[in-house]
Design a protein around this ligand. Sequence first.
Ligand code: ADP
Ligand code: MG
Length: 321
Amino acid sequence: MNTEFDVIKKYFTFPALRDDVELAVGDDCAIVSVPENKKLLLTTDTLISGVHFPQNTPAKDIAYKAIMVNLSDLAAMGATPAWLSLAISLPEINEVWLTEFSTQFSALLSQYNISLVGGDTTKGHLSITIQAMGFCEQGNILRRDKAQPGDKVYVSGSIGDAAIGLHAIVNELADNALLPCIQRLNRPQARINFAAQLSTCSQCAIDISDGLVADLGHVLHASGCGAQIRLDDIPLSLAARYYFDTYCHQKTDWPILLTRGDDYELCFTVNEKNQSAVEALAKRYDLVISCIGEVTDSTELSFLSADGEVFDFEQNGFQHF
Ligand code: ADP
Ligand code: MG
């Protein structure tokens, strides 16, 4: 085990899963077939050690997150994943680490019926870049630029847990009650199955990767609209409430919840007439969704507290530069 070819053969060559893959790992390119009546959607995300995950994150969590952040992008547009490629840079060939990474990687791909069709293996600081590819019928694609004034704004799941999880790790808060937040940081859940049906009730979605303020901001900018969001309707998990009760004198820290990111929940807009349909759809997929406000015909995004005060966020969301 001393060349990248040994690594590729042992850790990144998985059994064939799909019959739309003619040629996977091994040649200069992969060969795949796209169904005739569907569009191919492609997305790429990189995870760099120390930037996207703390340096001591277990290999299996890195594998999980690297896949999920990409599947979350596909979910945001309503696509069903089919294939991925993996470009990985490793500081060394550590077989214990590679076994753990590869076992989780393969398990998650089997669970979602996704084939690893190729990649690149290099030596360097730990960094993982995945390109995910999926299909969607033309009419079922969700986009950022389709919000309409009057639409209701929804989010899935709960918001801000991952940011609290990261805060707990960085500040070494040894508190078991915050483990669900660390779990949300390391094991985001792309809302793939729900999102694949969402076009029956919505045309507009984004996944929340950089924080709700920034990502809803992208939707509104692309759609030329504004929105009014009710802070009190933003869904918090029990662990998040516990964090504020215990560490913040029962005061909700909105910036940590809404501007740090790593939620990988969906934010989507729904015409009033489709509200009961979208709520039924969520129930069918056992997903909690919450209506948090409305799209307006202004260009402003405002967050209102229960007493009608506007909350001002100094920084919108995570930015690399
Ligand atoms: P090339 O030199 O032609 O770019 P490589 O030597 O980088 O090819 O890779 C050999 C084969 O292994 C290719 O099919 C490539 O897609 C695949 N591959 C390389 N690294 C990975 C990886 N980490 N995961 C999956 N496939 C990989
Ligand atoms: Mg080549």
